[in-house]
Write a new protein. Structure first.
Length: 127
């Protein structure tokens, strides 16, 4: 089974880019139905804990073949939220990260920053 890259739920999707992450997990870069709806409504924010992420989690492989199936794989906290564009633009300063979020419709967010924003209060603050 392939997992949705954004929410991690199992999906039968096999179209689009499939990336291979640690432990041989296959993730589809094509969003599942729920995430596709969220992307139409706003930006998906995926909670991560950079201090628990593997060293080099954001270092792209050198060969084109390896890069074709690679994507950053930080330690995920399990938190996920959706933020409407208007709120997103008010919450974050303009720059490359915001431009990425608006273009791709998703981005990683340090878990502690999400807690400060009140986005995932119901989850533990120290995943």
């Amino acid at each position: 089974m392939t997992l949705c890259f954004y929410c991690g739920e199992g999906t039968e999707l096999t179209r689009g880019k499939i990336v291979i992450l640690g432990e041989g997990r296959q993730l589809s870069m094509s969003p599942c139905a729920r995430c596709a709806d969220w992307m139409r409504e706003g930006i998906i924010l995926i909670g991560v804990v950079l201090g628990k992420s593997a060293k080099g989690w954001n270092d792209a492989p050198k060969t084109p073949e390896a890069r074709a199936i690679w994507y950053p794989d930080p330690y995920r906290s399990g938190a996920i939220a959706n933020m409407r564009d208007e709120t997103f633009l008010k919450a974050f300063k303009a720059g490359p990260t915001v431009a990425f979020g608006l273009k791709k419709r998703w981005m990683f967010l340090e878990h502690g920053d999400g807690v400060k924003l009140g986005m995932w209060d119901a989850l533990p603050t120290n995943p």
